[in-house]
Structures are given as structure tokens and as C-alpha cells.
Write a protein that binds this ligand. Structure first.
Ligand SMILES: [Ca+2]
Ligand SMILES: [Ca+2]
Ligand SMILES: [Ca+2]
Length: 238
């Protein structure tokens, strides 16, 4: 019985340790003018709890989309990235890398501890070289994703969040307001969203063919010729 109690206590301590960031590793970054501060530990699974940048989509039907994000943060495992289309179709680009979170609701801790800096722009696209869930997995907690590991291009990995891939958007009308959003699910480490871009490939149907003035002119000429032929024929044979 005593061994069983000790075992349960060991598991509890282990679980608690997994849910707390190591002391002394966390860093808070001050807000930057012109950027949006990401609400620290504010993410609850909703877009309203995220920092977002709105991007106007072009006219046409979506063939493909890619996303580029420029931001700074001191703990990528805190972060969830989402793209929201004008019709509210939502793709989770990244969901707290390094943490198998139980749900897309901001609970649990802590994921990968590596950092992001403004000098590096991260690209997300279908077929990207690295799963977003593995972001920062090969570097230390004070090193920079992309800048230090050379891994700057990622494939969307929704984990428990909505969506599958950028193919979710294919066939939608691109026109309207899209959002690129970042949520923070862990206390202490902070960051700023400074830039986002969506690269669209769209299909624009050709305009309907409107007969030109020349076309009408030709039709009138043809009609007049036919009328004249009928008159000549009637005079000759009737
Ligand atoms: Ca995850
Ligand atoms: Ca860090
Ligand atoms: Ca945080």
C-alpha cells in the first residue's frame, strides 16, 4: 500500500513538473510601437483571444495560399497560429509545438522553449519542409527558430486545432478580409506580432463575351444582303 501511495505521489509530482516552466528560463519582451502585443496566457481557443492582423484578399477563386509571419517571442511552445478566411473557414497553422495539448483551449503547459526574433520571417505552406509541431525541437531555449536552426519553412500542423492544410481554402472566393492570428497559452514569456502576409494564387474567370459593334455591323450587313436577295428572287420568279 505504501509503495502504491509513493508511486501515485511520484506520478503527481511528474505531472506537476510537466505543467510548470523551469525557473529562470522565462523572459518578457516589452511592447513594440507599430506591433501588436500578444495577450500573455490569454488564449482560450477563440480568435477573440488572439492578436490578429487583417489582410484583404484579391478577387478570384483560391487555388493556393501561403502564410508569412514576422514576430518575436521567448517561448514558441506558448503559441498557436491560425488563418481565418472571410467565410470563417479556419486553419490552425501551428498549435504549441512540443506539447501534445489535450485540447485547443489554452490549457496545459509548456511545449518547446526556443525563441522567435523579428529578423526572421517564418513561412507556412502545404508541403513545407518541417512539421510546425517540431518547431524549435533541435535548438536550446535561448536560440532562435530559423535564425539558429535554419528551419524557416513549415507545413501546417493543426494538432488539436481546427483545419487540415491550406487545401481547406481551395475554391473559396479570396475577396474579403482574412486574418492571421497568434495566441499565447503560457504565463511568463511574451512577444509581439509585427507582420503577416498571405500569398494567394487565384483563378479569375474570363469575362463573358460581349458581341462587338463590328459584330452587330456584320449581322446587319448580312441581314440586308439576305433581304436584297429575297427581293431580287421574288422579282425574278414571282
Ligand atoms: Ca502541439
Ligand atoms: Ca526561450
Ligand atoms: Ca506567454
Amino acid at each position: 500500500m505504501r509503495i502504491f501511495v509513493l508511486f501515485v505521489l511520484f506520478l503527481s509530482v511528474g505531472a506537476f513538473a510537466q505543467q510548470t516552466k523551469p525557473a529562470g528560463e522565462s523572459v518578457s519582451l516589452p511592447p513594440i510601437e507599430g506591433c501588436t502585443a500578444i495577450p500573455d496566457d490569454g488564449y482560450d481557443g477563440t480568435v477573440a483571444s488572439m492578436a490578429c492582423i487583417t489582410i484583404a484578399g484579391p478577387t478570384g477563386e483560391v487555388i493556393s495560399v501561403e502564410a508569412e509571419i514576422n514576430m518575436e517571442h521567448t517561448w514558441v511552445g506558448d503559441l498557436t497560429y491560425k488563418v481565418v478566411a472571410p467565410d470563417s473557414t479556419t486553419l490552425t497553422l501551428m498549435s504549441r509545438p512540443g506539447l501534445a495539448e489535450p485540447a485547443d483551449d489554452g490549457s496545459d503547459c509548456c511545449g518547446d522553449s526556443s525563441d522567435l526574433r523579428l529578423a526572421d520571417t517564418l513561412t507556412f505552406r502545404d508541403g513545407g519542409a518541417t512539421s510546425a509541431e517540431l518547431m524549435g525541437s533541435t535548438i536550446a531555449g535561448t536560440q532562435f527558430v530559423c535564425g539558429d536552426d535554419g528551419l524557416c519553412e513549415y507545413a501546417p500542423t493543426p494538432d488539436t486545432g481546427p483545419g487540415t492544410s491550406f487545401a481547406d481554402f481551395v475554391g473559396l472566393q479570396a475577396a474579403g478580409n482574412w486574418q492571421v492570428c497568434v495566441g499565447d497559452s503560457g504565463g511568463l514569456d511574451t512577444g509581439n506580432l509585427c507582420g503577416a502576409n498571405l500569398v494567394f494564387d487565384v483563378y479569375v474567370p474570363p469575362p463573358p463575351v460581349v458581341p462587338s459593334t463590328n459584330f452587330y455591323g456584320l449581322m446587319l450587313l448580312l441581314l440586308a444582303t439576305l433581304s436584297a436577295a429575297v427581293v431580287v428572287y421574288r422579282k425574278k420568279f414571282i
